[in-house]
Design a protein around this ligand. Structure first.
Ligand code: PGA
Length: 261
């Protein structure tokens, strides 16, 4: 795992934006398709702002890029301001130049959820898999909505949210009772099939989950620890999120050596 520790959340957003921009532009130059896996929540907002700005400046174009989001709440219609459909449209899609029908988010409204999950897996495969998956992390170590106890072999499916996740996300709703109890989420195995993964985390509330993700045992007890099994993962952190890592000095040294090459 490459662990990059940066000063601020803005630096984390910029670092991730550079990776996305590099990949999208390289694919466009090679005239090859590009499939991005996208995340929601507070953490990637800075990344999306950077991508919107860069697109406006002509530094990146999303023509020919396909996206698959990690998850969507169950019981929230797509036009609801707290749905992830709304979030993605509002923070990225409507501001940039994606082709029509390029953006995929699990369907959870007016549909059979089991069939929807199967269709989502099929659509990812039909597009040749995900080139780069962006991830946040829950304070409980979830990735997507793969909560504690998620099978490391899990595929897209229905998942019950933990009380901790519902409390964490209550800030986006007017009352805690409004936070949905379930979501449709890509599974851990689905995520691990991505060719590259960038996990972003900022703030002290993520420090314990990040310590488990990077330095803990691989365990369904911290689903993010499954990333240790993936050969191409970059964990991008601000200093607070990195603060409980035992080997911080080594990660910083590794980055310094990488830059000196
Ligand atoms: P956050 O959520 O970015 O809002 O902290 C991350 C997550 O739950 O994956």
């Amino acid at each position: 795992m490459r662990v990059v520790i940066l000063k601020s959340s803005d630096d984390v957003a910029e670092f991730a934006a550079n990776i996305v921009t590099g990949l999208v532009n390289a694919r466009a130059e090679a005239k090859k398709p590009c499939v991005l896996g996208l995340a929601t929540g507070g953490t990637p907002l800075g990344l999306y702002r950077q991508l919107v700005d860069r697109c406006a400046q002509g530094k990146i174009s999303f023509r020919g890029v396909t996206t698959f989001n990690l998850d969507e709440y169950v019981g929230v219609p797509p036009e609801h301001v707290q749905s992830y459909h709304y979030y993605m449209h509002d923070s990225l899609f409507k501001h940039v130049d994606f082709d029509e029908n390029a953006n995929h988010i699990p369907k959870t409204w007016n549909c059979n959820l089991t069939e929807s999950a199967e269709a989502y897996e099929k659509a990812i495969k039909e597009h040749g898999g995900i080139d780069l998956q962006i991830l946040g992390i829950g304070t409980d170590g979830h990735i997507g909505f793969n909560e504690v106890g998620s099978s490391l072999g899990s595929r897209t499916r229905l998942k019950t949210l933990t009380r901790q996740t519902r409390l964490d996300n209550a800030r986006f709703f007017s009352i805690e009772e409004e936070v949905p109890r379930m979501a449709l989420t890509m599974g851990i195995a689905t995520i691990l099939e991505s060719r590259a993964i960038v996990l972003m985390a900022t703030g002290k509330s993520k420090a314990s989950a990040i310590a488990g993700c990077v330095e803990g045992p691989v365990s369904a007890n911290n689903p993010s620890s499954s990333l240790q099994l993936h050969p191409n993962v970059t964990i991008v952190l601000d200093e607070e999120a990195a603060s409980l890592l035992k080997h911080q000095e080594y990660y910083r040294d590794s980055e310094a050596v990488r830059h000196s090459l």
